[in-house]
Design a protein around this ligand. Sequence first.
Ligand SMILES: [Zn+2]
Length: 400
Amino acid sequence: MPDYSNPQIPDGINVSHTHPLADFARWPVLDRDLIRQHRLEMRSCHPGLQLLTKSTGGSSGTPLHFDLDLDSDARRMAAWHRGYSWAGARPGTKQLYLWGAPTGARPWWKRCKDQLYQLLYRRLVFNSFELSEERLPSLLKRLDRYRPEVIVAYTGPLFEFARMLSERQLVPHAPRSIIVGAEKLHPFQRDLIQEVFRAPVFETYGSREVMLIGAECERREGLHLTAEHLLVEILDDDGQPTPAGEEGNVVLTDLFNYGMPFVRYANGDRAVAGWQTCSCGRGLPLLRQVVGRRLDVLHTADGRRIPGEFFPHLLKDYPTVRRFQVVQDAVDRIELRVVPENCFTAEARTRLTNEIVQVLGGRVRFELLPVQDIPLTAAGKLQVVVNRCAAAHAENVARR
Ligand SMILES: [Zn+2]
């Protein structure tokens, strides 16, 4: 894992001059912990610049508060609307949101404000926490009655929804298109969602810190980057650009947030480098592939790195596993929690265990643990991989 704990501006760089990108590459990379520690120093104190404060929970469970100026906020909104409109979700279209609704008690005026906002945007919102076998019939009824043109959803819960409908051979209303975000979209998830809803799925990639980073257009050849105000780099753990086709750390520079500059910020995600253009002719560069959170990667005792993607890829051949989660507590201990169907046999369990042990190697203690349920995160997402070692490591780096 890269160490970003001691950033230094190199000698010979005058920040008031413009430089080619090669010079910029000498700037230090910042991470979430550094920004959390130095937020007040990073905020602009320019008189007259009005700041908005936002926060993000993040899959590490450590909140990050940050600021942005109003102009930057307007740019982000515009980029979001543009990216979503490529998938047919212009403002004013009827949309169904399957999203994590705010948790905890909220004052009445906040609830009213939320409802008014959703009404003006013509949105019906399903809370991803509401999704269950028992509530499936009523959710389907509401969906069919509302007949949205577009469904916007967290990937995991929408996949769950599609799976439940498919198992019962229920046919929902088909929207014109589906937009997924907030979580990595695996190919098998895209296939099933498209089959059940009979509509194309568009992947988007964003984060609370900068909002929409990339979105697919109708050609779906990759994610068009919001390149007018975001510089996206893919770097290896030594801070060097990753060769095309190889995976690296996503590093973002927001070129317009004068309220609190995010310059070379490693947001903790991983993506595959290799810029290309799209046949649609939009010109904005394409990001080849988003891999997921860095925390989604498992580290084995013998120094190998197993991408979290390995598990969904393997488990898709086990239809008797309804839901699963991989938990790494220690470098030599990995647990796979599964919510099994009744017909999950001892034979399937042994076969699955053997396949995983073969990949993890003999130095990792592996356990397959059947459970009743796997709760969603506080943000309403299904976290497929929980790497507690990586989070602890990041904390140690921040404290040094
Ligand atoms: Zn395109």
